[in-house]
Design a protein around this ligand. Structure first.
Ligand SMILES: NC(=O)c1ccc[n+]([C@@H]2O[C@H](COP(=O)([O-])OP(=O)(O)OC[C@H]3O[C@@H](n4cnc5c(N)ncnc54)[C@H](O)[C@@H]3O)[C@@H](O)[C@H]2O)c1
Length: 416
């Protein structure tokens, strides 16, 4: 039986740790957040994709702790700490450096270390390896080192850790062999690339691809708004092409920990190579404009009914950054609420996944109550459990930023 260590028990680390425990491994799970460690010890999951029962089922061989020392017992250690941006939109490797220093103090020869956090090409070899080597052990010789990006899509049930192919790249062929052996326990298909750099860039390509394509369709949505063409009709029609087109939806902007952040790791790194990554910058600019465009749309819809935003009761439906989850990180809804408040709108919200928005001093209101009172209902995130048909029937005015009212021809509905 293997002993696997996981550092960072968030959206990536906790499901990964549970997956290894589920396969019979002993798991040593380390997080600096004592509340998370306590919650796990109490069998309470704070990640929607990990039910309490799944955590309790593996309790016997799942040891959560704030101390790195126990990692000395692990055969493999996976690093899943955040990789955010600084205020100047540069990579903030602070959590990764802290984790590497903590691990170096207890690193053992023959251990395998894998970085899972999204980052720029070169991080594993140039930043992580030297920090771990402060232990006196040499990467690739005394311990094995690899990069394997997480591809989890929170809230998704059709593609899981088990059936989503996992990319990995080792510092040496032996490092990659070890990583393959480890991940083979929890993944059906592994995709081995020649180096950690190739694996690091693979993850960034995936995220940049999405960011650029979302920006493209968002730019077209702003254009079709002026042209009086329905963008949803156009996207639906284009998606009927059986090859050479991939569907992306327009929307109020990008959210989450990945798309608004990760591409800038590459544009930062590219500057060291005298390159400007224009697609990345442009996609960021277009996507950041979307909340402003959406607020202007609300303003116009109210204006057409003789109402100013000032004093209008605005009900926002769905505030998390994507359907089916409660994750608020970088959610465009937060920007939209702030902009509407600046204009004097009285904003309330309903979200079955987000009971309270502390930064706005708001609690989620019952949907029926909002529908009765609101001057305009704004659908920002379309949770599957919300009855959007009911909304378009009952609300005085609906502004739909997600195209969920596409089948409605009612004149109280305005779409992005
Ligand atoms: N969330 C996603 O959907 C997703 C998908 C793919 C990749 N990623 C990447 O995975 C990485 C982790 O993302 P996440 O969403 O799980 O983040 P998260 O914020 O949910 O979790 C990170 C955890 O690491 C802990 N932590 C921070 N510093 C630590 C340290 N020095 N030692 C121990 N624990 C520490 C935090 O307390 C937190 O619990 C990021 O690089 C992210 O870009 C995220």
């Amino acid at each position: 039986m293997k002993t696997v260590g996981v550092i960072g028990l968030g959206y990536v680390g906790l499901p990964l740790a549970v997956a290894f425990a589920h396969e019979g491994c002993d798991v040593i799970a380390v997080d600096i957040d004592a509340r998370k460690v306590e919650a796990i010890a109490a069998g309470e999951s704070y990640i929607e994709d990990v039910p309490d029962e799944a955590l309790r089922a593996v309790a016997g061989h799942f040891h959560a702790t704030t101390r790195y020392s126990r990692l000395a017992d692990a055969e493999a250690v996976l690093i899943c700490v955040p990789t955010p941006l600084t205020r100047n939109r540069e990579p903030d490797l602070g959590p990764l450096i802290d984790a590497a220093r903590g691990l170096a103090e207890v690193l053992q020869s023959k251990q395998l270390v894998v970085l899972e956090s999204t980052t720029y090409p070169g991080t594993t070899r140039e930043r992580l390896a030297p920090l771990l080597e402060e232990s006196g052990l040499a990467a690739g010789r005394d311990f094995h080192l690899a990069f394997s990006p997480e591809r989890v899509d929170p809230g998704r049930t059709d593609f899981t850790l088990r059936n989503t192919p996992k990319v990995l790249g080792g510092l040496t062929p032996a490092c990659a062999d070890r990583a393959e052996e480890l991940y083979g326990l929890i993944c059906d298909e592994l995709v081995r690339v020649s180096s950690p750099e190739a694996a690091e860039l693979t993850k960034l390509l995936e995220n940049i691809f999405r960011s650029v394509n979302i920006a493209l369709v968002n730019e077209l949505a702003m254009l079709t708004d002026r042209m009086g063409i329905d963008i949803w009709e156009v996207v639906d029609a284009a998606a009927s092409k059986p090859y050479g087109f991939m569907r992306f939806e327009p929307g109020p902007g990008m959210g989450g920990h990945c798309l608004p952040v990760d591409p800038f790791y590459l544009s930062w790194r590219a500057r060291e190579f005298d390159m400007t990554t224009e697609f990345i910058e442009l996609a960021g600019t277009v996507n950041q404009q979307m909340p402003y465009h959406c607020v202007a749309k609300v303003q116009r819809a109210l204006n057409d009914r003789g109402l100013p935003v000032k004093g209008a009761r605005v009900a926002v439906i769905g505030v998390s950054y994507k359907p089916g989850v409660g994750d608020l990180r970088q959610s465009p809804a937060l920007k939209i609420i702030a902009l509407l408040r600046e204009l004097g709108g009285e904003v309330l919200y309903h979200d079955p996944h987000v009971p309270a928005l502390a930064e706005f001093g708001l609690d989620s209101s019952p949907l029926e109550e909002l529908l009765a009172d609101a001057d305009v209902v704004l659908i920002v995130t379309a949770h599957p459990s919300v009855d959007h048909e009911l909304i378009s029937r009952r609300a005085r005015l609906v502004v739909d930023l997600r195209g969920v009212t596409r089948s409605s021809e009612a004149d109280n509905v305005v779409r992005l």
